[in-house]
Write a protein that binds this ligand. Structure first.
Ligand code: SAM
Ligand code: SF4
Ligand code: SF4
Length: 334
């Protein structure tokens, strides 16, 4: 049964954060000044168990969700994570995928594939170690992420997408080297405009490199042409290299808001449902489940929440909205 919100958008896509912890401290996501040694991460009993995640996932699928992306924090730091994949990969008619920083991918790629994962997205912001380390802020080397990508490719996870957040003055010079490298490798590189998520990353509009500028830069060296979306509501705008050697994507959430087709819900690690990446407040499902709610009650609650959804933050973004309180990206997973 398809659910429709107040702006006529169906619920199709669910992102599930499996942990709020991460082994990186990306400056645009979990800056060290805030996520330092004293930061209070969720306790184990506060986060959803795999059984609770699977139960909710099935309820969302019964409401029309066709794609689930597991994210975090860093999903691969969650203990026994491939076990969750094996539980979710048995759900019929579901495109199951995962976004990771790649740090632990070389050692987990085989287990993920064996558990039933088909494809994967790996984040990487530069091929230059100096720039990459200044962005992940934990001295993690590019080569190790590339090893993870290689391992994923060699076990047959396909397609592999690579996410690069572009921040003005930080990694613009990495755009062309990244495009050349992943064109050669045959993986789909996607450029993400730096967003004002949470309230800890000190976002300013001047820090955003517009997607149109990125495409122009690439087109000047490696000509590209636009491609149709794979499906309605796809966030990445697709471009194909004119020489037939692959494609790239841009996610222009700041300069070309796509709220009008946004069919995405987000479940945080502690089981709160958010109907927008920029939501202030979530709806708690963990306590409902732990207090004995039936599947029917949970299902009705999903329907009630989606039915009154009217979020369109990116279309309304302005200097004033930037300072509003919001949930952190590492909390609900981007
Ligand atoms: N740790 C995993 C990773 O980095 O791939 C998964 C979680 S991360 C929050 C999901 C995606 O959000 C990553 O591709 C990351 O680069 C992106 N992201 C984080 N902060 C962002 C920001 N301020 N603007 C745009 N994208 C951001
Ligand atoms: Fe961690 Fe991903 Fe956020 Fe970087 S973007 S700090 S890897 S959760
Ligand atoms: Fe969807 Fe909210 Fe992003 Fe708009 S701002 S595209 S409603 S998540």
């Amino acid at each position: 049964m398809t659910l429709i919100d107040t702006l006529n958008r169906p619920l199709r896509d669910l992102r599930i954060s499996v942990t709020d912890r991460c082994n990186f401290r990306c400056v645009y996501c979990m800056p060290k000044e805030i996520f330092g040694p004293d930061y209070q991460f969720l306790r184990r009993d506060q986060i959803l168990t795999f059984e609770e995640i699977e139960r909710l996932a099935r309820i969302f699928v019964s409401h029309g969700v066709r794609k689930i992306r597991l994210t975090g924090g860093e999903p691969l730091v969650r203990r026994d994570f491939p076990q969750l994949i094996s539980m979710l990969s048995t759900i019929p008619d579901l495109d199951l995928t995962l976004t990771t920083n790649g740090a632990l991918l070389a050692r987990q790629a085989r287990a993920l594939k064996d558990a039933g994962l088909k494809r994967i997205t790996v984040s990487l912001d530069s091929l230059d170690n100096k720039i990459f380390k200044s962005m992940n802020d934990v001295d993690f080397a590019v080569e190790s992420v590339l090893e993870g990508i290689e391992a994923a490719a060699s076990v047959g996870l396909s397609p592999i997408k690579v996410n690069m957040v572009v921040k003005r003055g930080l990694n613009e010079e990495s755009i062309l080297p990244m495009a050349r490298f992943f064109k050669e490798k045959g993986h789909i590189l996607r450029f993400i405009e730096y967003m004002d998520v949470g309230h800890s990353n000190g976002w300013r509009m001047d820090d955003v490199v517009p997607a149109a500028e990125i495409i122009k830069m690439i087109n000047a060296e490696m000509p590209v042409e636009p491609l149709d979306p794979n499906y309605r509501g796809e966030v990445a705008e697709r471009w194909r290299y004119k020489d037939g050697q692959g494609e790239i994507g841009v996610i222009a959430s700041v300069t070309q808001a796509f709220c009008s087709t946004c069919n995405r819900a987000r479940l945080s690690a502690e089981g709160s449902l958010y109907t927008c990446l920029f939501a202030v407040k979530g709806h708690d499902f963990r306590d409902m489940m732990r207090n004995g709610a039936t599947d029917e009650e949970l299902s009705n609650e999903v329907a009630r929440i989606w039915g009154k959804r009217g979020d369109r933050y990116s279309e309304l973004r302005s200097e004033n909205t930037v300072s509003l309180p919001k949930v952190e990206m590492s909390h609900i997973g981007g």
